[in-house]
Design a protein around this ligand. Structure first.
Ligand code: SF4
Length: 446
């Protein structure tokens, strides 16, 4: 359930239907102004909406004044144990202070922080962590860790409400993905406040990204979560931001920059797609528009499969195809595919986002495609369609394939029996070998 309440961290609205905000945390010593500001600018460029900085010492609280003044995005001061630092962070102008009321030194000190936060209009992020639940919940934690986490969070919320403070968001962190999902689902039904999501200590870039995508992605797909932070064991905080954006883009919750579609490749791959897809991804980083670009390994399948892509390339033999919205634009030698793709994209933007078509080049590309397309090749997609159609209609696989290849009767059926293998599993593989004259042909990586 989406949060009802909304707060503002600097100019960034959080909760109450606002777009899910991307957050990260600097990895520098906060008082090292040069290093901290450099990292804040890097994460802001990568798309962070909000950044948190650790404030464990007096000099870090002192540095906050300059950081807040110079930062292009709102700053959250991260405080543990020391309520004096929380007071100093608020006075330094931090846009938000994160603290755990359970470890800040008792109710009086929490009340002191709340009073100053109210006076300055500073929101707080209050939360609980599975690793530091209050003593009275330890037994419950053993029996029911999800209920223990949610109880700790609701007790924190009740404390805030007793102090007549509602300018806060809540986080509930666990290293367990299932517990993160279950506890946030439960908490979202019990409180109206914005929720910050994260899987704490998720791990390395690879495993941490996957855990976060599963945990946060599940909650976000349910409409739960107002800010997210991907915790990765890397000094490069911008990597956390990139992963957060990929999760939001995958769920179509927010748009930022191009969307790259790439096939997984298979035995029909006819060019060095590993290299090409990496190069396309890197070069797309220079574009801010949410343009969709596809890179697919073979012409037989590529154009149809990515007909929604704004631009795309497919490989085939020594030539490749550049197309837009399923229509060929031109054919180019494989080694020029990436450069020519970006020339077309740049022409599109130079013309005010209008695809520039050269009809003679497009006609030549279509002719070339007709001559070179392997219309009988059993692509994974064709096999799946064949199986589905055969299962649904109880038609013979041969009939289904015949209808799929309607209009491709100029193509030689190749050696052996034309079609007729049973659908599914080994049958489909056998059919592939029988029907397709290029079955098993591979791009050879030198
Ligand atoms: S058949 Fe599909 S997966 Fe295989 S190379 Fe062509 S587009 Fe990629």
């Amino acid at each position: 359930m989406a949060s009802k309440n909304q707060i503002h961290v600097g100019p960034v609205a959080v909760g109450g239907g606002a777009p899910v905000a991307v957050q990260t945390m600097t990895k520098t010593e906060t008082a090292n102004l040069a290093a901290t500001m450099a990292q804040i600018r890097t994460v802001a460029d990568a798309g962070a909406d909000i950044v948190r900085v650790a404030v464990p010492r007096e000099q870090d609280a002192e540095a906050l004044k300059t950081i807040v003044a110079q930062s292009p995005i709102p700053i959250i001061a991260d405080i543990y144990f020391n309520h004096t630092l929380a007071l100093k962070a608020i006075e330094a102008g931090a846009h938000c202070v994160r603290l755990n009321p359970g470890n800040i030194g008792g109710p009086e000190k929490v009340a002191e922080v709340i009073a100053l936060a109210k006076a300055h209009g500073t929101p707080l992020r209050v939360g609980v962590n599975s690793g530091s639940l209050p003593k009275h919940l330890r037994e419950l934690e053993y029996e029911n860790p999800i209920e223990a986490l949610v109880t700790a969070a609701t007790e924190t919320v009740e404390l805030m409400e007793r102090l007549q403070f509602e300018n806060f968001k809540v986080s509930m962190k666990s290293t367990s993905v299932p517990n993160t999902i279950a506890s946030n689902r439960l908490l979202s039904q019990r409180i109206p406040y914005p929720l910050h999501l994260g899987v704490t200590e998720a791990g390395t870039k690879w495993s941490g990204s996957l855990k976060s995508a599963v945990g946060l992605g599940t909650l976000l797909a349910d409409g739960i979560g107002d800010t997210i932070r991907i915790s990765l064991s890397t000094f490069h905080a911008e990597e956390e931001v990139k992963v957060a954006w990929e999760i939001l883009k995958a769920l179509k919750l927010r748009e930022r920059g191009p969307d790259l579609i790439a096939c997984p490749t298979c035995g029909r791959l006819q060019f060095d797609m590993d290299r090409v897809v990496i190069e396309v991804e890197q070069r797309l980083e220079a574009y801010e528009d949410p343009i969709e670009v596809s890179v697919l390994g073979c012409a037989v399948n590529g154009i149809g499969e990515a007909r929604h892509a704004d631009f795309g390339i497919t490989g085939a033999k020594d030539m490749g195809m550049i197309y837009s919205k399923g229509e060929p634009l031109k054919k180019v030698p494989t080694e020029q595919l990436v450069d020519e793709l970006f020339k077309e994209i740049d022409r599109y933007y130079a013309a005010g986002k209008t695809v520039q078509r050269d009809e003679s080049a497009a006609a030549e590309a279509r002719r070339w495609l007709e001559e070179n397309e392997d219309a009988t090749a059993m692509t994974p997609e064709r096999i799946a369609a064949l199986e589905a159609a055969a299962a649904e209609n109880d038609a013979s696989a041969a009939e289904v394939l015949e209808s799929m290849l309607d209009g491709a009767d100029q193509v030689d059926d190749g050696p052996g029996e034309p079609v007729g293998a049973p659908s599914g599993g080994d049958g489909a593989a056998a059919m592939d070998e029988t029907v397709s004259p290029v079955a098993g042909r591979r791009f050879s990586r030198s």
